[in-house]
Design a protein around this ligand. Structure first.
Ligand code: C2G
Length: 448
């Protein structure tokens, strides 16, 4: 019996894939098809995959061509599989010609002609591009613009900023819409990415939703829990997507550590301690600049509070906000520490643009703890540590672009599917807005 193996993502299965599978099957008597896992695809740069692993597996199974289906999850797995399944022939399309010659050491390698004129990315691009308008300070939007270039199905339609000066970065100068009028930008856009000052988020989100536009708003969505709740209700009423942007939520390592913590790997969680600081370049020390610059709680609070609310919930019994304020602006916190007390757990966050501390995340449990080194908010690595160091586990998940491109993919999928694909739960967004609201109202707040 001649045993053949082939691999692929098989996203949006089309006749190019099917012809490949048919010819692979014809090479022998038994065909194993390796479907690539989501993380493996991300690692090798395929972040635009539209279908889940199970949808892709089912599509391959439905062809009836595979005698067995396995999942390809890591670099080098092909060698393992060829040995494990006693493979005689490895085959793949000619677009890979030469890339798998090394497998000749283990089995026969055959490249089959690729079917011209069809590809998953072409099918994806036939879907209407989402025109995405940007609003905020141009230099702050550069990173987002760069990340969006990695994502299929989205095109930047314009930029709205008060700083329409000759220093507008080159990449923005050829956009269809360059304006200081938010209403103008809406005309060119199907969706908005809002990175303006937090004091403007509520109005800008509301205006966009009322105009039937989808919104990805950098956290915090609003400066009060009620306003936040109102905006998500408006989004549902308008059948639009409203997503709060916290890029850490889309980092694979963060997402996985959350699942491990929730699955009891460290026992019962008794404490979550997160620190996020970055010494501001002095922009936060003069009132007029303060108006431009986000205070520490708005800039870092959503990220720092994310693991607290996602692991311990949003209904803490009590909290204490302790802030050191700028002399020039009583609403610009240079450094803030927040303590949360839950019925059977506690949490603390430290955020600061005028103070420096170790930016790590520690999740303490009754069996062990999760340690995420600084800068934890864009980490690709974490450890689970136990009393017996021999039991410690280390995890690495490649992270490209700090999570922003994955956040954009999630936003587009939410729009395409008409339902939220956000990794930040609505009640978490409300809880974050509620803490910020209490800071501004000086509720549960003490000044140092
Ligand atoms: N294919 C083809 N003709 C097309 C499109 C794809 O013959 N028009 C072949 C590819 O060459 C590949 C298989 O169909 O052999 C699956 O294609 P993809 O899903 O794009 O998978 P790919 O990323 O090419 O994965 O490690 C090998 C890779 O996993 C192959």
């Amino acid at each position: 019996m001649v045993r053949v193996i082939t691999y692929g993502t098989f996203d949006l299965l089309h006749y190019g894939h099917i012809r490949l599978l048919e010819r692979a099957k014809a090479l022998g008597d038994y065909l194993i098809v390796g479907v690539t896992g989501d993380d493996f695809d991300k690692t090798r740069g395929k972040i635009n995959v539209q279908q889940s692993l199970m949808e892709r597996v089912e599509a391959v199974r439905a062809t009836g061509l595979a005698d067995e289906i396995i999942i390809e999850e890591y670099e080098g797995q092909k060698i393992d599989d060829i040995r494990r399944y006693h493979i005689d022939i490895f085959t793949v399309g000619s677009d890979w010609k030469g890339k798998f010659d090394y497998l000749n050491a283990y089995c026969k390698v055959i490249y089959l002609d690729r079917t011209e004129g069809i590809s998953s990315s072409e099918i994806r691009s036939q879907r209407r591009e989402i025109r995405l308008g940007l609003t905020g300070m141009p230099e702050d939007l550069l990173k987002f613009q760069r990340e969006s270039s990695f994502v299929n199905g989205v095109t930047i339609s314009g930029i709205c900023t008060e700083e329409l000066t000759e220093e507008l970065p080159e990449v923005f100068r050829t956009l269809p819409c360059i304006t200081d009028s938010y209403e103008e930008l809406l005309k060119y856009s199907d969706a908005l990415y809002i990175l303006s000052h937090p004091s403007r988020h509520y109005e800008e989100v509301k205006t966009a939703l009322e105009a039937g536009k989808h919104v990805l708003c950098e956290a915090p969505v609003a400066l009060s829990a009620q306003q936040c709740k109102e905006l998500f209700a408006l989004a549902r009423e308008k059948k639009c997507v409203l997503m709060e942007g916290i890029k850490t939520a889309y980092s694979t390592a963060y997402y996985r550590l959350l699942l491990l913590a929730k699955s009891g790997q460290i026992g019962k969680i008794v404490s979550v301690d997160a620190t996020c600081t970055r010494l501001e370049d002095g922009r936060g020390n003069s009132p007029e600049q303060t108006n431009r610059s986000w205070n520490s709680l708005c800039d870092w609070g959503p990220t720092a509070m994310l693991p607290v609310f996602q692991l311990l919930g949003t209904d803490c019994r009590e909290k204490q906000i302790i802030s050191h304020l700028s002399e020039q602006d009583p609403f610009y916190d240079v450094f803030t520490r927040i303590h949360f007390i839950y019925p059977e757990a506690a949490a603390s966050v430290k955020v600061g643009k005028g103070a420096k501390a170790e930016g790590d995340l520690i999740i303490s449990g009754t069996k062990g703890y999760i340690y995420v080194p600084a800068p934890w908010w864009k980490t690709d690595y974490f450890e689970i540590r136990y009393e017996n160091p021999a039991e410690n586990k280390r995890y690495f998940y490649q992270l490209d672009g700090e999570g922003i491109r994955y956040e954009i993919v999630a936003f587009l999928k939410s729009i395409e599917r008409g339902r939220s694909n956000s990794y930040v739960e609505e009640e978490v967004s409300q809880a974050i807005a509620g803490v910020i609201e209490d800071f501004y109202k000086r509720k549960d707040t003490r000044e140092i």
